[in-house]
Design a protein around this ligand. Structure first.
Ligand code: MYR
Length: 193
């Protein structure tokens, strides 16, 4: 009888979770709200938007450095042979996997080392209406740039990742720019295949 009561208690606390899909959905909402709380806290801690942006980028970098292992394990993707393949993989596989959206990719330089990821929909800002007037230079989603930069560094690609356009700032789309700087060698940790 004790056990039945326990089950009842669990139902009471989590009444809406009936499938793993809705659990997934809820955890994404929780993540997005938590991210908003993080940005709000950083805005309290730092007066200058640039400092908040830097902090978000650094935190993202730390996440990206760890996330790459999860990404490679779960996606089982092959090694990319070009920057454009890598950019497509970030958009089509990584963004889809972690954020549930697929940005479109375009190459923005004749030399083939600069790319734009265009997001029509950015789930990280689902609960944000607009930036407050005094936070006009805030890159609200700057964590994402750091995540990409950190993850790329772990596969020996140095890159510069920044927001070029942001719907939150009134731009028509949200655009993340990736500039591949160089390939870094690491003989000890070559990925096979
Ligand atoms: C390889 O060539 O070794 C594979 C390269 C894959 C790089 C993928 C980088 C993942 C970036 C994760 C970003 C997540 C943003 C939500």
């Amino acid at each position: 009888p004790g056990r039945k009561q326990d089950n009842h208690k669990i139902d009471w606390h989590l009444p809406t979770i009936s499938s793993s899909a809705s659990a997934h959905h809820m955890s994404r909402e929780l993540f997005v709200l938590t991210y908003g709380a993080l940005v709000a806290q950083l805005c309290k801690d730092y007066e200058k938007d640039e400092d908040v942006n830097t902090c978000l980028d650094r935190m993202g970098y730390g996440i990206g450095v760890r996330l790459i292992e999860d990404f490679l394990a779960r996606s089982a993707v092959k090694k990319c042979r070009s920057y454009s393949e890598t950019a497509e993989m970030i958009a089509q596989v990584a963004f889809k996997m972690y954020l549930g959206v697929t940005p479109s990719v375009s190459c923005t330089s004749a030399t083939g080392d600069e790319f734009s990821l265009i997001l029509d929909k950015n789930p990280l800002v689902d609960f944000v209406e607009e930036l407050p007037a005094e936070r006009a230079s805030l890159c609200y989603c700057n964590l994402l740039c750091g995540v990409i930069r950190g993850a790329l560094e772990m596969v020996h690609l140095a890159a510069e990742v920044t927001f070029l356009q942001d719907k939150l700032k009134g731009d028509a789309v949200t655009e993340i720019g990736i500039i591949f700087l160089r390939k870094t060698e690491d003989k000890k940790h070559k990925r096979n295949k």
